[in-house]
Design a protein around this ligand. Structure first.
Ligand SMILES: Cc1cc2nc3c(=O)[nH]c(=O)nc-3n(C[C@H](O)[C@@H](O)[C@H](O)COP(=O)(O)OP(=O)(O)OC[C@H]3O[C@@H](n4cnc5c(N)ncnc54)[C@H](O)[C@@H]3O)c2cc1C
Length: 459
C-alpha cells in the first residue's frame, strides 16, 4: 500500500468492484480495501475461491460475480483484502489495519461501498447459542461450504430468507420448516407498487424461489416467535406451538451499513419505507462531505446489480472531477440500467416491511447484546426523560460495545421514538466516531510516529 492515492474505495462488493474497475481503467491510482479475506462482498462472497463447486447450489446470480471480480482484478486497481478501515474524516484520510498493523492513507476522492447489514431481529432468546442470522449461515455456506446440522428452521421474512432456504435445500439437507412472519397487511401496502414489480427483473425470480422452497420445505405462517433454551437453543415456540430445535436462522431484511459514512460526518436521513437511516446523496452519489461518495446498498437498499451500477456512476463522477479528459463509460447507460434494477423495489420494501413487534421488542428481550441491555431498560430510560440514542449511551451503554451499534442501533432509535411519541428522524442515531471497528491498542501503537507526535509528548 502507498501513502496516497487518487481514489480509495472501501468495500469490495459489487459497488466497490465496479467502481474500482472504472477508476483504475481511467488511469487513476486506485486502492480497493476490504476487511474480508476475499473480494465479492455479501452477494458474491468468496466467489473467486468458494469450495461450493456445484453451481446450482448458490445459483446463477451468485456466479455473475466472477466476471465483476475478474474485471476489477484486471483493471490495475490495487486490491487489499484483510484491510479494515476504522476511520475516515473530512480531510479524506483513512485509518486502515492490515495483518495487525495500522496506518493512515490519503486519497483525493473516497467511495464508501460498505454495503448492508442484516436488520436486528430481537425476539426472546435471539442471543442463545444455536440461534444465528440467515446472513451468517449463508456466509458459512459461501465461504466454507458449511451447512447447519441437526434440526434447522429459518424464521423471518424477506428475499434473503427464501434464497438461503432454497440454497440449503439444494445441498440435499432437509430443513424442518420456514416460519414466515411477514404481516398479512403488508400485501395491501405493497399492492399500489404491483405493476412496477411485474415489470421488474425480480418477480419471475422471486416467484420461482418461493415455489422452489415450498415444494421441498413446510412453510408456516407465524405471528409470535420465541427461541427457548437453557444455555443453548432447545426449542422454538410460535403461536401456541413449541418444537425441539437445534438451529434457528433469523432474518428480517437488510439495512445500509452507515457506520463509516456517519463517522466521516456524512449527513443521513430516515427512510420511512425502508425503516433505516441512509446517507443524503446527489444523483452521482456524492455525499454532504466534499470528496466522499457512498455507493451500493450503503446508499439505500436496492440489491447487488443496482449496487454495481451505483458504483460505476459514483466512480465516473469521481474520475471526472480529477481528470475531466479521461476515457470513461457512458454514465447515461449506467443510469438507465440502474433505473431498471431499482424498479420493483418499493413493492419488496412494502411486502417485507418488518412487523412493529419484531422491531420494537418488549420486556426482558435483549436489545443490546454487547452490554446486555433489555427492551424494558431502554423503554424505562426513555420514559425517565432520556432524549436520544447518545444520551442512552450514558444511561445504559447501548451501542458502546464492540458492535458499535450495528446490532442495536435501529432498535434503540425505534424504542425511544415509540416511548416519546416522536418519529425516528427526530430521535436520530448514535453519534459515531472512529474507530468504527474494534482495533487493538497494539494496532494503534503501530501507527508511524511523526516529529509532531514525538514533540507532543516530549518533556
Ligand atoms: C449477510 C448478507 C448476505 C447477503 N446475501 C445476498 C445474496 O446472497 N444475494 C443477494 O442478492 N443479496 C444479498 N445481500 C444483499 C446485499 O446487500 C447485496 O445487495 C450486495 O452485496 C450489496 O453490494 P454492495 O457492494 O453495496 O455491498 P456488499 O456486497 O455488502 O460489500 C460491502 C463490503 O464492504 C466491506 N466493508 C464494510 N465495512 C468495511 C470496513 N470498515 N473496512 C473494510 N471493509 C469493509 C465488507 O467486508 C463487504 O465485503 C446480502 C446482504 C447481507 C447483509
Amino acid at each position: 500500500m502507498k501513502d496516497a492515492y487518487d481514489i480509495a474505495i472501501v468495500g469490495a462488493g459489487p459497488a466497490g468492484l465496479a467502481a474500482a474497475s472504472v477508476c483504475a481503467r481511467a488511469g487513476l491510482s486506485t486502492v480497493l480495501l476490504d476487511e474480508n479475506p476475499r473480494i465479492g462482498g455479501q452477494i458474491y462472497r468468496a466467489v473467486t475461491a468458494t469450495p461450493v463447486a456445484n453451481r446450482a447450489i448458490l445459483g446463477e446470480d451468485y456466479w455473475a460475480g466472477v466476471a465483476l471480480a475478474a474485471e476489477a482484478e484486471a483493471s490495475g486497481a490495487e486490491i487489499v483484502t484483510g484491510a479494515t478501515v476504522w476511520s475516515l474524516d473530512a480531510s479524506l484520510e483513512l485509518g486502515v489495519s492490515v495483518a495487525g498493523k495500522a496506518r493512515m492513507i490519503r486519497a483525493r476522492r473516497v467511495i464508501v461501498a460498505t454495503g448492508a447489514l442484516e436488520r436486528p431481529f430481537p425476539i426472546p432468546g435471539w442471543t442463545l447459542p444455536g440461534v444465528m442470522t440467515v446472513g451468517a449461515a449463508q456466509t458459512a455456506l459461501k465461504a466454507h461450504g458449511l451447512v447447519p446440522e441437526g434440526s434447522v428452521m429459518l424464521a423471518g421474512s424477506g428475499p434473503l430468507l427464501w434464497l438461503l432456504a432454497a440454497q440449503i435445500a439444494r445441498t440435499g439437507r432437509k430443513l424442518q420448516a420456514v416460519l414466515d412472519v411477514t404481516p398479512r397487511a403488508n400485501r395491501l401496502r405493497a399492492a399500489p407498487h404491483l405493476v412496477d414489480f411485474l415489470l421488474s427483473p425480480y418477480w419471475r425470480k422471486g416467484l420461482a424461489l418461493v415455489r422452489e422452497v415450498k415444494a421441498r420445505t413446510p412453510v408456516i405462517r407465524v405471528d409470535r416467535l420465541e427461541a427457548r433454551g437453557d444455555g443453548r437453543l432447545r426449542e422454538i415456540a410460535f403461536d401456541g406451538t413449541s418444537l425441539p430445535l437445534d438451529v434457528l436462522l433469523l432474518h428480517q431484511g437488510v439495512v445500509p451499513n452507515v457506520n463509516l459514512a456517519m463517522a466521516a460526518g456524512v449527513a443521513h436521513r430516515w427512510n420511512e419505507r425502508q425503516l433505516c437511516f441512509e446517507p443524503v446523496l446527489d444523483g452521482d452519489f456524492a455525499s454532504s462531505v466534499p470528496g466522499i461518495a457512498v455507493a451500493g446498498d450503503g446508499a439505500g437498499i436496492a440489491g447487488g446489480t443496482a449496487a454495481a451500477e451505483r458504483g460505476r456512476i459514483a466512480a465516473i463522477a469521481a474520475v471526472r472531477a480529477l481528470r475531466p479528459d479521461a476515457n470513461l463509460p457512458d454514465p447515461h447507460e449506467a443510469r438507465r440500467r440502474l433505473r431498471h434494477e431499482e424498479r420493483g423495489r418499493a413493492f419488496l420494501d412494502e411486502l417485507y416491511r418488518p412487523a412493529v413487534r419484531y422491531r420494537q421488542p418488549m420486556g426482558d428481550t435483549l436489545v443490546c447484546r454487547c452490554e446486555e441491555v433489555t427492551a424494558r431498560q431502554v423503554r424505562e430510560a426513555a420514559r425517565l426523560g432520556c432524549e436520544g440514542p447518545n444520551q442512552m449511551k450514558a444511561f445504559l451503554r447501548t451501542g458502546m460495545g464492540p458492535c458499535q451499534g450495528r446490532m442495536c442501533g435501529l432498535t434503540v432509535t425505534e424504542l425511544i421514538g415509540a416511548e416519546r411519541g416522536i418519529v425516528p428522524e427526530q430521535v436520530g442515531y448514535f453519534r459515531l466516531r472512529p474507530p468504527v471497528k474494534p482495533i487493538t491498542l497494539g494496532e494503534l501503537a503501530s501507527l508511524p510516529i511523526g516529529e509532531a507526535e514525538r514533540r507532543a509528548v516530549e518533556r
